[in-house]
Design a protein around this ligand. Structure first.
Ligand code: SF4
Ligand code: SF4
Length: 187
């Protein structure tokens, strides 16, 4: 009987379409950590996170803010001497974390991602006023008022839609999305 895949196997499977080498060959040189502009805000550097994945430290990885703070700049990917697609790994970890419904409390990233996917699934289009509410309340009162005034001005000038736009053949679109991502609970 085939054995259950480990956490690092699951992450490797998510990277099957990546052009990079398997993360198992990481030699822990630290180039990615040294080159990452977001590293000061991460609780684990990309180098350490890769070591944790290879050690199957699933709970610790899912509790990390590292991949949610990744700015997708690809500096790490182009500089890694082992040609590992670290930026691709960060995307894979976001997807994995959302699918498992397990992420660090208090982060805007997962809430924003979930709202974005739900909005797209329901109407086929992004709708900024709904997306903005996922982080607007984290601002101070003054910033909140400024943002709300800007949004109102943009709506009045027709730069933001008043109502969410809907695409034609939404059913077909939803069926297509359902084939590539788990969409349970989105309707
Ligand atoms: S740069 Fe590449 S080899 Fe070096 S620690 Fe990062 S992932 Fe590993
Ligand atoms: S892609 Fe992400 S992890 Fe890599 S250097 Fe940029 S911010 Fe850091």
């Amino acid at each position: 009987m085939a054995s259950k895949p480990t956490f690092s196997d699951e992450i490797a499977n998510l990277l099957h379409a990546s052009h990079g080498n398997p993360i198992k060959i990481c030699m822990q040189c630290g180039t990615c950590a040294g080159t990452c502009p977001s590293a000061p805000f991460m609780d684990h550097t990309p180098r350490r996170l890769i070591a944790m994945i290879n050690a199957n430290m699933k709970e610790e990885v899912l509790a990390s803010n590292t991949y949610w703070y990744c700015a997708s700049c690809y500096h790490c990917t182009v500089r890694c001497p082992c040609e590992i697609d670290i930026a691709g790994l960060m995307y894979a970890l976001k997807r994995y974390s959302m699918w498992k419904g397990q992420f660090k409390e208090g982060l805007i990233g997962p809430v924003f991602s979930e709202t974005f996917v739900k909005t797209i699934f329901r109407s086929g289009r992004s709708y900024e006023p709904i997306l903005a509410t996922t982080y607007l309340f984290t601002f101070g009162l003054q910033d909140f008022i400024t943002e709300a005034q800007t949004a109102t001005t943009m709506m009045l000038k027709g730069r933001l839609p008043l109502l969410p736009p809907r695409i034609k053949r939404l059913k077909n679109f939803r069926r297509m999305i359902g084939r590539v991502i788990p969409v349970g609970g989105l309707e």
